[in-house]
Design a protein around this ligand. Structure first.
Ligand code: 48H
Length: 267
């Protein structure tokens, strides 16, 4: 057992994967529940999909459940997504199910990767790549990425770039990709004011209801999903009910597929 061969195996295979992910169909920022769900439904259709996750671990806010009690609540509408991921869920009351947060995150991650999505942890999205279309419309054509350790250590290190036909912002409460677009290009988001409207206080029913409408192309080439969608469009937070995140991730995948002109209906 040669330590150098172990090192070579890791480095060679990692960089082969990374190089393979420099030009993709869909690049997703954030491996929380919405990003992982989107990645699964895209990869399942043979669409080349990559996720860049800032943190060491995947799952975003899901492993924490509610106030660190690591169970999550899922409503009836999203139960079929749990079934698709083979997550065990117990009926709690009419229309509400309870599932283990860690089991759910593990299933989302495993199924997304087995479907063919690449996930890179410890890589942050710090900017986007912009081009002009034939109609002089600004369009996002890629993500600018860097090791998370660079920003955490406040180092001045230039980033690298990934080209993608469609980008999905699944960065949660902060809506980081949309925030970057707003900062660099001005108030040009497809919100009523053009800027980020800001997340509103807790109202589970309204937050979940508005989430699917908020999941949309918010700038040419950029789809927003999950908590980021509610933050961008000024809808409420909803606490530890996660059905909307799964449904929103699936919806983001459907929109991306429409944009990629692959005419397929997701089951
Ligand atoms: C790469 C990044 C970057 C970046 C952040 O927060 P998440 O879990 O997001 P969602 O929308 O899938 O799920 C939201 C849910 O977890 C939640 O917070 C709920 C339901 N809250 C309700 C309430 O009332 O509070 O995951 C986002 C992921 C995280 O893993 C981040 O580390 C990652 O995105 N991320 N990755 N580049 N610039 N910014």
């Amino acid at each position: 057992m040669d330590e150098v061969i172990i090192s070579r195996a890791i480095i060679e295979s990692y960089f082969k994967n990374l190089i393979d992910s420099l030009d993709v169909d869909v690049a997703i920022a954030g491996a929380g529940p919405s990003g992982l769900t989107a990645a699964y439904y895209l990869a399942r259709e043979g669409i080349k999909t990559v996720i860049f996750e800032k943190q060491l671990r995947v799952g975003g806010g899901m492993p924490g459940g509610g106030m660190m009690f690591n169970n999550i609540v899922i409503q009836e509408d999203a139960k079929e997504i749990l079934d698709e991921f083979k997550v065990r869920a117990k009926k709690y009351k009419d229309g509400l199910y309870i599932a283990n947060a860690l089991e759910t995150v593990s299933a989302l991650c495993l199924k997304a990767m087995k479907a063919g999505a690449n996930i890179f942890n410890l890589i942050s999205v710090e900017d986007v790549m912009i081009r002009e279309s034939a109609q002089d419309e600004e369009i996002i054509t890629g993500l600018v990425i860097n090791w998370s350790a660079v920003s955490w250590s406040k180092l001045h290190v230039d980033p690298l770039t990934v080209r993608s036909k469609v980008i999905i912002d699944a960065t949660g409460h902060d809506g980081e990709v949309c925030r970057i677009v707003e900062k660099k290009l001005g108030p040009k988001l497809r919100t009523p004011r053009g800027d980020i409207m800001g997340e509103k206080s807790m109202w589970s029913e309204k937050g979940e209801r508005e989430l699917l409408d908020n999941t949309k192309e918010v700038f040419p080439g950029l789809i927003v999903t999950g908590m980021a969608a509610n933050a961008v469009f000024g809808s409420p937070r909803m606490g530890a009910i996660f059905g909307g995140m799964l449904l929103s991730g699936k919806r983001a995948a459907e929109i991306a597929i429409e944009k990629l002109n692959v005419v397929k209906v997701l089951k």
